[in-house]
Design a binder for this molecule. Sequence first.
Ligand SMILES: [Zn+2]
Length: 275
Amino acid sequence: MPEIPELEAIRGFFDEQLTGRRIEACTVRIPVVFRTPASEFRQTLPGDAFAAFRRHGKFLLLQLQSARVIAVNPMLTGRFQYIDPAAKMPAKTCLVLAIEGGRALRYADDRLMGKLYLLPADRLESIPGWAENGPDLLDPALTEDVWLARIAKYRGGIKNILVNAAFVQGIGNAYSDEILWEARINPYTPRTKLTTDDLRRLYRCAHAVMAWATPLARAAMVKQDTLDYEERRDFLRVHRRGGQPCPRCGTPISEITANQRVTSFCRQCQPELPA
Ligand SMILES: [Zn+2]
């Protein structure tokens, strides 16, 4: 599932490669992911052009010169390609845009759980859940003090809070493990047991992990002017590294699977707090 580093890497790439470019043709291949009628994509995108690229939580926002936005939430398996149109097309390619200059922008989604919207730029609030969700982690308004005030309203295990979009958006299962490892906090610690210092450190580690991972995600996804990738995160230090040595202390990483979610952590660096 793409999280902030992957989406920021794609956003930066689109910024460089697609800003100002015209959409010459639009082909809808699998309509199920479209939350705005696919016919609207097909009929109204050709002739429009990309104006800017933004990210909000796990949404990538492709802003058009017509003051509309293509909003994409890739969910678990959605991915983009910006590629030679002759390149082999993934089986579950949902959308293909022919772009001025000769390349194709594709959206493919193996599990077809992603969501694509085409909306006026001032109507993003009409996306289900948009208004209820908390701030993006990288929103400058989410200062360390705001983070502290917000997190005080949540109980339960700290990892569950980090991945809760109502608290903060953009952190998922993989990077929550990385952040907690960086902060040396056990993922199952109840928030109520953490000190103010712990919660401040968590904020700083969340930002540090995103800044560290974004260029690495980009290197894994982008080759020069081509975006084409399978989700590959072999740079992560703890997530899905069960049994391998902790890069900090050498203790084998522990891995626990519950509700189809893998949690990886180091029992030495991230000890359980005494009851
Ligand atoms: Zn360790």
